[in-house]
Design a protein around this ligand. Structure first.
Ligand SMILES: C[S@@+](CC[C@H](N)C(=O)[O-])C[C@H]1O[C@@H](n2cnc3c(N)ncnc32)[C@H](O)[C@@H]1O
Length: 189
């Protein structure tokens, strides 16, 4: 497994490198229309890279993060409420959040169906989900997949079209945007 608990410093300084401008534009677009103090939950937040980018688009939201690695969360910015937890068992009541983010984290979850069931449970009616990850059907996506397998990671990478079907199975309406070997998903319940 990747030793995320010891990688906080590395991710704090280099973790945002793979967030290209088109991906950040999708994230800002996703956040348009959110009103002050709506709550977003960043799952597998690590040091909070995705929430930090989101904060630059909208600093009036309540930002909450979960990650099993305390060594990552300790580098999160002060406006991010942090909880040590897995995607598969979220420590929140039903209907707690207006939106959920997953930035380069979905492929690390061990049980994707359990994670999406938890997302649906903690989202309010009409809640929204933003995912950014790597496309397994591309050369670079496949390379990351093989590297992560070597590290003993779950490497649950998807082709976006397959992920769309999985999310629809959990009740989401889904829009996928491909960016070469990466993609974003904007979904709503
Ligand atoms: C590649 S890092 C991405 C961190 C951050 N979202 C970013 O964009 O920089 C993947 C993160 O997923 C977390 N993770 C691993 N397994 C997880 C699980 N079952 N539930 C939630 N997060 C998990 C790791 O601890 C790590 O911080």
């Amino acid at each position: 497994m990747m030793p995320f608990n010891n990688l906080g410093f590395v991710f704090k300084h280099f973790g945002s490198i793979l967030y290209s401008k088109p991906i950040l534009d999708d994230l800002c677009l996703f956040l348009q229309g959110f009103t002050d103090k709506e709550s977003v939950l960043d799952i597998g937040a690590g040091t909070g890279a995705m929430s930090e980018f989101a904060y630059r688009c909208n600093e009036n939201l309540r930002y909450v993060a979960v990650d099993p690695a305390e060594g990552m969360l300790k580098y999160a910015p002060p406006y991010l409420e942090t909880y040590i937890a897995n995607a598969e068992l979220l420590p929140f009541e039903d209907s707690s959040f207006d939106a959920v983010f997953m930035g380069e984290s979905l492929h690390h979850f061990t049980d994707i169906d359990a994670a999406f069931s938890e997302v649906v449970r903690v989202l309010k009616d009409g809640g929204r989900l933003f995912i950014y990850d790597f496309d397994k059907s591309t050369f670079l996506g496949k390379s990351v997949y093989m590297m992560e397998k070597l590290f003993g990671e779950p490497a649950n990478f998807y082709e976006p079209i397959v992920l769309k079907e999985v999310l629809e199975g959990h009740g989401f309406s889904v829009t996928v945007i491909k960016h070469g070997w990466r993609y974003t998903v904007s979904a709503s319940l």
